[in-house]
Design a protein around this ligand. Structure first.
Ligand code: ADP
Length: 476
């Protein structure tokens, strides 16, 4: 099936209109490697047109206030809910996420993002107080046109998560989705038009990161830049934003520990550990380093292997499938490169370690020869976990904190005291105890170290997209 058959436009969405580029690039489906669309390949001209459209639309959008903007976001959320099936099919074809997860929760989470931020912005009160004979108020001003750059692994969910606070706070937007999975955001553009957003408020441009993305983030009319992707690209974008003195927020991947203490519910821990292969490990929050207390190693591993054995590699459109193909041949080569280097370096491949037909890769567990091993220290972003043992709580915390990353951590223990102690000591933006991925949208979200700069989520994101002003009026 092609994008044409799916009725997805291959073009940009600028100033409320579809705009085509002369050049195109091929979008392939990871399911069978076929070309499903020829997408407009934007460059500096398209980036400039989109930012200028956002700049022109900004004063009127900002002047609406949170109450005036909320109905647009709610309408967009309703349209997403009404189009779950189409969005799910397109996302599945484009990046091979499991169709049943997309239908059941991933797409509707996009709707929830717009609703939640519309309501949060309305509820966000300006602070008033009296001191020194003056009446004080913190006023919030929408920051201006914002650029959002999103990655290929959860294109629709992350694009909605990152654009919702910007729009709710009163910024106008240019969104640049990743070139490996551009289609769901093109459908989003149709829904933005249908929701009646004023032209220029929400623009979407397509193309290659180093081309249109780089032109976008260095545009002098932008007032905010927000990015999710790799630390390498994050550094480039930080430099571009910094050169224009534009505040920048970034979520840059992770290498999360999943710590299993001897007092844990081992069955629950093993099931969740096997679940770290979900989405074939293309999840920045995944707990990819299994740290298991020595005294329960065998009991844990026995359960873990049994749960991993239940995984079914296959077509993401089929109900029985639990593990999808990887996004792209280049990514498969990258993932298998990590495993091959580990093998050559003398790490032990406990299970997996091979390709599994098409773009599939076997769920893989590696016992590294030391904590310095590349597979322990670098984000692989595939179905590859490492296994390390520890004797004491101190040792577990030290290992958990021993990479440059700091996005997430998962802890399994039945002791509340230990949950609190270890939770406090982990150097990470998010820690889960005895669970994973449960999130309240008002909680802060972001990374420590090379996992990111700044925080998204709730009022933290609304603050990022605002300028805060202190107003003082003499009483009398
Ligand atoms: P990943 O490793 O997840 O593919 P990247 O960091 O390469 O992540 O890409 C994430 C997003 O950043 C994509 O939308 C990509 O097009 C974009 N991108 C890549 N390079 C640049 C750049 N130099 N400037 C702006 N955006 C870029």
């Amino acid at each position: 099936m092609s994008a044409l058959a799916l009725a997805v436009s291959p073009d940009h969405f600028i100033g409320g209109e579809r705009v085509a580029s002369k050049e195109h690039f091929e979008d392939i489906s990871p399911i069978d490697g076929t070309v499903i669309a020829e997408i407009s390949r934007g460059g500096a001209a398209e980036a400039d047109a989109a930012v200028r459209a956002a700049h022109a639309a900004f004063p009127a959008w900002a002047a609406l206030g949170p109450q005036g903007r909320a109905p647009y976001l709610h309408k967009l959320a309703d349209l997403i809910d009404a189009n779950v099936e189409r969005l799910a099919e397109v996302e599945c074809l484009d990046m091979a996420m499991l169709l049943r997860s997309l239908r059941a929760r991933v797409i509707s989470r996009g709707a929830r993002n717009y609703r939640a931020y519309a309501d949060l912005a309305v509820a966000y009160e300006e602070r008033d107080w009296r001191s020194n004979g003056t009446w004080n108020r913190v006023q919030r001003m929408p920051a201006g046109p914002a650029a959002v750059i999103t990655p290929w692994n959860a294109p629709f969910m992350l694009s909605t998560w990152k654009t919702a606070p910007a729009l709710a706070a009163g910024c106008t937007m240019v969104l640049k989705p990743a070139e490996w999975s551009p289609l769901s955001c093109s459908l989003l553009a149709d829904l933005i038009a249908e929701a009646g957003f004023p032209p220029g408020v929400f623009n979407i441009i397509q193309g290659i990161g180093e081309e249109v993305g780089a032109a976008l983030v260095s545009h002098p009319l932008l007032r905010r830049v927000s990015f999710t992707g790799s630390p390498e690209t994050g550094r480039h974008i930080a430099v571009a934003a910094g050169a224009n003195l534009v505040p920048f927020t970034a979520e840059l991947g992770g290498k999360g520990p999943l710590i299993v203490f001897e007092d844990a519910d081992l069955d629950a821990a093993a099931r969740k550990a096997a679940g770290q292969y979900d989405d074939s490990g293309q999840v920045c929050l995944a707990g990819t380093r299994l740290l298991v207390q020595d005294s329960v190693r065998d009991a844990f591993l026995q359960r873990f292997h049994a749960y991993v054995d239940e995984h079914v590699l296959g077509d993401p459109r089929e109900d029985a499938t639990t593990l999808s193909p990887l996004i792209h041949p280049d990514h498969l080569a990258r993932v298998s490169g990590f495993v091959e280097r580990a093998r050559e370096a003398g790490d032990t491949i406990v299970r997996g370690g091979t390709r599994a037909g098409g773009l599939h890769y076997e769920p893989t567990l590696i016992e590294p020869r030391s904590n310095d091993a590349e597979v322990v220290q670098r984000e692989i972003f595939g179905p590859v976990l490492t296994l390390q043992g520890f004797a004491t709580e101190e040792e577990a915390v030290a290992l958990a904190n021993s990479t440059e990353y700091g996005l997430s951590g998962i802890v399994y223990t039945s002791s509340l005291g230990r949950a609190d102690r270890v939770g406090r000591q982990l150097r990470a933006g998010t820690v889960w105890v005895n669970t994973f991925l449960v999130r309240d949208l008002t909680a802060p979200f972001g990374g420590v170290g090379i996992s990111g700069i700044g925080r998204e989520g709730g009022n933290y994101a609304l603050d990022f997209y605002s300028e805060l002003k202190a107003l003082q009026i003499l009483e009398g």
